[in-house]
Design a protein around this ligand. Structure first.
Ligand code: ADP
Ligand code: GLC
Length: 492
C-alpha cells in the first residue's frame, strides 16, 4: 500500500505541539507494518537546515501556471522519504510555521497552505511522473484541509483520510481571497467548504474527505456536541458515519526512561525508580536555577509542560497554586510558552515563591524530558484535550498525572479510587468539573496518596507498565485505509 502522509509539522525538524510528534511516530509505525510511506512537508527554512541528502525531485505546475519546486530529503528519525514543497516566498522565514516572531498568524497563511495542499494533491497522483501513485492520502488539521478537495478534482483520485488533531483551530478565507486563489467555485457552498460567509479550510477537509478520524475515541464523541464542536458539531454529526476516534500512540523509543539520553539517570519499572527520580529532580531544579533545599526532601514535586493557552487550563493551575502551597508541602515546576498574560502570571508566582515555584518560559526538549522523569505528579487540567501526549509520557516515566476527564485524558487516565487501586487499574487522578476547586481537590487526593509509599509505587508501576506504543493504533489506521480501498474496489 502506498501512503502519502501530509503534515505541516514533523518532529524533530519542526514542531509546535503534539501534531509534530504524531507526524513522526505514526508514519514510522506504518512503515514497520509494510506501508510504503512518503511524507509531504513545507520546505521551511529550519527544515532545509536540518535534513540530509537534499536534492531536487522535480517541478510541479499549479493553478495560474505557478511552478513549484519539490525537494526530496532524508532524516535519520524518519523511516520514510521526505518530500518538501519548496516555495521560498512562503516558507523560507524565521519564526514559527503559523505565526511570526511576535506570535501573530502570518497574514498570508491562506495562500501558503493552499499552495501546499495543491502541491500535495498533485504529488499523490504522481504529478512528477515518478511512477509512485498513492493509494491513500492522509491529511492532518486545517493546514492540509484542502488536500482531500484538491485530490477529488483529479480523475481516479486516491482515497483520502482527514485527521482532526484539534478542532479549535481553523483557517478562514474571505470571498476576495477565495477568488484571488482561483479556487473551484463549487467549494463555496454550504454543503462544501463555505462556513458562515467564509471558506473554512477545516470544514473543506471534513466534508471532502472519504474518512475522518480524530485522536481519541472520547474526543470523537465530544466534537459532535456544541460545547466542544467549535461551530462544527452539526457538520460532524452529518458526517458521523465516516468519523472514527483512534487514540494516538507515543514514540516509545524517544520517550523511554530506560534509555532516554536526556535524563540524569535512567530507570524502569523494575529498578531504581526512586533513586532515579531523585537525581532527575535535582538535575531539573538545578537547570532552573533553584538552590538545593534539604527541607523539601520528601515533598511532592508537581510538574507541567505545554502550551500556555486556554485549552490547557493552565490558568486554573496558576489560580490553584497559592492555596495548594498553603495546604501542602508541594513544590511546582512549569515549563511552557504561550499567552503573554499567562507567562507573566507564572513568572510572578515563581518570584513570590522562590523556594517552591520554578518555571522556564520557553521551549526545551531536554527540560521536558527531565521534568517527566524528575517530578512526582504531572498536572494536566485541560478544558479540552483531543488526545494529549504528555499524560502518556508521564505515565511511562512513573509520574502519575492529575487530569480533567476530557478527550484523550479520559481515555488514558484511570482515577485512583479505592476500587481501582484494589484492582490494579488506577494510574492517576481524574476530576470532572473544569474549575479550580475540582483541580485542588484532585491534587490534594494525590498528595495524600503520595504519603503512602507502597500504594504510590503501585500507582506508578501501573502507569509504567501500560503499553501506549503505536502498534495497536497503527493497525486501526491501516484498517481504515484498507476499508476505503475495498469499498473503492467494490464500487469499481
Ligand atoms: P498539544 O499538541 O495540544 O500542544 P500534546 O500533549 O499532544 O499537546 O503535545 C505537546 C507536545 O509538545 C509534547 O511533546 C510536549 O512535550 C511538547 N511541548 C509543549 N510545550 C513544550 C515546551 N515548552 N518545551 C518542550 N516541549 C514542549
Ligand atoms: C493537538 C491536540 C492534542 C493532541 C495532538 C496530537 O495538538 O491539542 O491533544 O495530542 O494534537 O494529535
Amino acid at each position: 500500500m502506498k501512503l502519502l502522509f501530509v503534515t505541516s509539522e514533523l518532529f524533530p525538524l519542526i514542531k509546535t505541539g503534539g501534531l509534530g510528534d504524531v507526524a513522526n511516530s505514526l508514519p514510522n509505525a506504518l512503515s514497520k507494518l509494510g506501508v510504503d510511506v512518503r511524507l509531504v512537508l513545507p520546505a521551511y527554512r529550519v527544515v532545509l537546515e536540518r535534513v540530509e541528502d537534499l536534492h531536487v525531485l522535480g517541478w510541479l505546475t499549479l493553478t495560474g501556471g505557478r511552478d513549484v519546486r519539490i525537494l526530496e530529503a532524508k532524516h535519520p528519525a524518519c523511516s520514510a522519504p521526505l518530500w518538501l514543497v519548496d516555495e521560498p516566498a512562503y516558507f523560507d522565514r524565521r519564526g514559527q510555521p503559523y505565526t511570526d516572531e511576535t506570535g501573530n498568524g502570518w497574514p498570508d497563511n491562506p495562500q501558503r497552505y493552499t499552495l501546499f495542499c495543491e502541491a500535495a494533491a498533485a504529488l499523490a497522483v504522481d504529478g512528477l511522473e515518478l511512477g509512485w501513485l498513492a493509494d491513500v492520502v492522509h491529511a492532518n488539521d486545517w493546514q492540509t484541509g484542502l488536500v482531500p478537495a484538491f485530490t477529488a478534482l483529479r480523475p481516479a483520485p486516491p482515497r483520502t483520510l482527514f485527521t482532526v488533531h484539534n478542532l479549535a483551530y481553523d483557517c478562514q478565507l474571505d470571498f476576495g481571497t477565495f477568488q484571488s486563489l482561483s479556487l473551484p467555485a463549487h467549494w463555496w457552498s454550504m454543503d462544501y467548504g463555505e462556513f458562515y460567509g467564509r471558506l473554512s479550510m477545516l470544514k473543506t477537509g471534513l466534508v471532502s474527505s472519504d474518512s475522518i478520524t480524530t485522536v481519541s475515541p472520547r474526543y470523537a464523541q465530544e466534537i459532535r456536541t456544541a460545547e466542544f464542536g467549535y461551530g462544527y458539531a452539526a457538520i460532524l454529526e452529518t458526517h458521523a458515519h465516516k468519523l472514527t476516534g483512534i487514540l494516538n500512540g507515543i514514540d516509545d523509543t524517544t520517550w523511554d526512561p530506560r534509555h532516554d539520553p536526556l535524563l540524569a539517570m535512567n530507570y524502569h519499572a523494575q529498578s531504581k525508580i526512586r533513586a532515579a527520580k531523585k537525581q532527575n529532580r535535582e538535575a531539573l531544579l538545578a537547570a532552573l536555577g533553584a538552590t538545593p533545599d534539604a527541607s523539601a526532601e520528601g515533598a511532592p514535586l508537581v510538574g507541567s509542560v505545554g502550551r500556555l493557552v486556554y485549552q490547557k487550563g493552565i490558568d486554573l493551575l496558576l489560580e490553584a497554586i497559592p492555596s495548594l502551597l498553603a495546604n501542602s508541602t508541594a513544590r511546582f515546576v512549569l515549563i511552557g510558552t504561550g499567552e503573554p498574560r499567562l507567562e507573566k502570571q507564572l513568572k510572578d508566582l515563581s518570584v513570590s515563591h522562590p523556594k517552591r515555584v520554578f518555571c522556564y518560559i520557553g521551549y526545551s526538549e531536554r527540560l521536558a524530558h527531565l521534568l517527566e522523569a524528575g517530578c512526582d505528579i504531572f498536572a494536566m487540567p485541560s478544558r479540552y484535550e483531543p488526545c494529549g501526549l504528555n499524560q502518556m509520557y508521564s505515565l511511562r516515566y512513573g509520574t502519575p498525572p492529575v487530569v480533567r476527564a476530557t478527550g484523550g485524558l479520559a481515555d488514558t487516565v484511570v482515577d485512583a479510587t479505592p476500587d481501582n487501586m484494589a484492582r490494579d487499574l488506577a494510574n492517576g487522578f481524574v476530576f470532572a468539573e473544569s474549575d479550580t476547586a475540582a483541580l485542588e481537590d484532585a491534587m490534594m487526593r494525590a498528595f495524600e496518596l503520595f504519603e503512602r509509599p507502597r500504594q504510590w509505587m503501585k500507582l506508578m508501576k501501573n502507569g509504567m507498565r501500560a503499553d501506549f506504543g503505536w502498534r495497536k493504533s497503527a493497525h486501526a489506521y491501516l484498517e481504515i485505509y484498507r476499508a476505503g480501498l475495498s469499498q473503492e474496489n467494490a464500487r469499481g
